[in-house]
Ligand binder design. Structure first.
Ligand code: LRH
Length: 471
């Protein structure tokens, strides 16, 4: 056990980054080498990710990382969940669809005509979200699906491009809806009853396993040594984030808050009963076989999409801190942020107005009021889901950890504390990258031990900021 360096590739729905992490028994430091925007494009048949472009940015970032830190011992990749690319003989058959593309509605109809959500939940343990991979595959062009020989989730696709090895990392595979949760194996029966080709699903791999060495051409292009491995991490970004929550899992809830607010608890066993089904909770696979019992709350998406529309109308950028300061002085009604009308890209304010009209709630009037309204509604949804998670998971939750970009939003953290009546511990902001780094560092032998000791290292090096609930 000594100090060493690893590189983390972390792709989010709005931006990606390459980070170098330095880890030892008392050390956990990160340096962001590059950050690039992720700009989905409506092209032809729908909303797509520009994944090839993003891979180019990943390579640029890694090259930079190896130039600055030639000792990097491993690379790990995580991203948002559920989306995939189809390949045939190694060639990508078109840019992957964005999960916010509206085609998924078709897939939901097809799948639920065969298997209602309650039956799916018994097998895959997942919250109903219209974009879970199984619905996307059911909406896929049949001929294309038959023509493909492999489907790879986004981080697995990047890993494949880097190494030539096609695998499905299990935490992210758990978000597809096609894993038999009790066995953490592909559910062959489900796959065939949905008429999906089983052959396109690659073998599973677990966080900490070695995916493979860099392809020689990639190693040469990066200035890395030939035997540099890509190590599987919690490749679902939320799984990596939960690794780096400096919490005591038997007494705390977490909120991984970025585009989404993933609100839940970590448990040792699956929770598949009625209460979880009715609260629409999910059992996602965590690192070290833990279960992330959580609920997807709409997240900062609603605010960032509202701001994007205002910026478009005005033709200039809006400063978020200034807007949040104004919101602090304003009032704003609580609406249901989880209403599906807020899922698709586009103008949020008319949707908020419509929700308020339908529920006899006065509409917000100014941008400051809309902003306040979104923050209050998120804080309320967070508090509600924390209470659900505690009840359903049987965890005596006494504090709430907020990690990710949302941990920098002081109004949101304070109002979550106020509305839940519990202290909020905010940070680290880069929890996802830290979780990615830690799992690699443990595999490389720079640190050892359970998730508890990894979290203890996070707590010692990244002390969270505390918000007390106010009356
Ligand atoms: C967050 C996230 C979330 C998924 C969604 C598609 O980035 O991975 O956990 O539900 O994206």
């Amino acid at each position: 056990v000594g100090t060493g360096a690893v590189a983390a590739v972390d792709l989010g729905a709005t931006s990606g980054r390459v980070i170098v992490g330095r880890v030892g028994p008392d050390t956990l430091e990160t340096t962001t080498v590059t950050r690039f925007s992720n700009d989905p494009v409506v092209a032809g048949d729908g909303l797509h990710w520009n994944l090839v472009g993003m891979y180019g940015s990943v390579l640029d970032g890694l090259r930079e990382a190896f130039r600055a830190s030639p000792e990097i011992a491993s690379i790990g990749v995580d991203s948002w969940a559920v989306d995939y690319g189809l390949l045939r003989r190694g060639r990508l058959l078109g840019e992957p669809f964005h999960y916010r593309d509206e085609r998924t509605a078709r897939g939901v109809e097809t799948v639920h005509a065969r298997l209602p959500h309650a039956e799916l939940f018994e097998r895959n343990g997942l919250q109903f979200l219209p974009f879970n991979t199984l619905y996307q595959l059911a909406a896929e062009d049949r001929e294309l699906l038959e023509f493909a020989d492999t489907a790879l989730l986004v981080p697995d696709l990047i890993g494949y491009w880097l190494t030539g090895v096609a695998r499905a990392e299990v935490t992210n595979a758990s978000t597809t809806g096609l894993l038999r949760v009790l066995q953490a194996a592909w559910d062959d029966g489900l796959v065939s009853s949905l008429g999906l080709p089983r052959g396109i699903l690659p073998p599973l791999i677990a966080p900490g396993d070695r995916l493979g060495a860099l392809r020689p051409s990639v190693a040469a292009a990066l200035g890395a040594s030939d035997d540099t491995p890509v190590t599987a991490v919690g490749s679902h970004d939320t799984a990596s984030a939960v690794v780096a929550v400096p919490m005591q899992a038997d007494a705390a809830a977490y909120i991984s808050c970025g585009t989404w607010g993933l609100v839940g608890v970590e448990v040792e066993h699956l929770v598949l009963g009625r209460a979880a089904l009715e609260a629409n909770f999910t059992n996602e696979g965590g690192v070290d076989g833990r279960i992330r019992l959580l609920h997807n709350v709409m997240g900062l998406w609603v605010l960032s999409e509202a701001v994007r529309q205002w910026e478009r109308r005005e033709g200039h950028r809006i400063d978020l801190p200034t807007l949040l300061d104004a919101a602090e002085e304003a009032d704003g009604p609580v609406f249901d942020v989880n209403d599906p009308r807020f899922l698709a890209p586009g103008d949020m304010t008319p949707r908020i107005d419509a929700w308020c009209d339908e529920h006899d709630v006065p509409r917000p009037r100014t941008r400051a009021e809309y902003t306040r309204s979104i923050v209050e509604s998120l804080a309320q949804a967070f508090a509600d889901s924390v209470a659900d998670a505690a009840r359903i998971g049987g965890v005596d939750v006494r504090s709430i950890h907020i990690v990710g970009g949302g941990s920098l939003n002081e109004l949101l953290c304070q109002r979550t504390a106020d509305r839940s009546g519990m202290p909020v511990l905010a940070g680290p902001v880069e929890a996802t990258a830290l979780g990615n780094v830690l799992v690699q560092a443990r595999a490389a032998g720079f640190v050892s031990g359970s998730l508890e000791s990894l979290r203890d290292l996070v707590a010692r090096t990244h002390a969270p900021r505390r918000y007390e609930p106010r009356a």
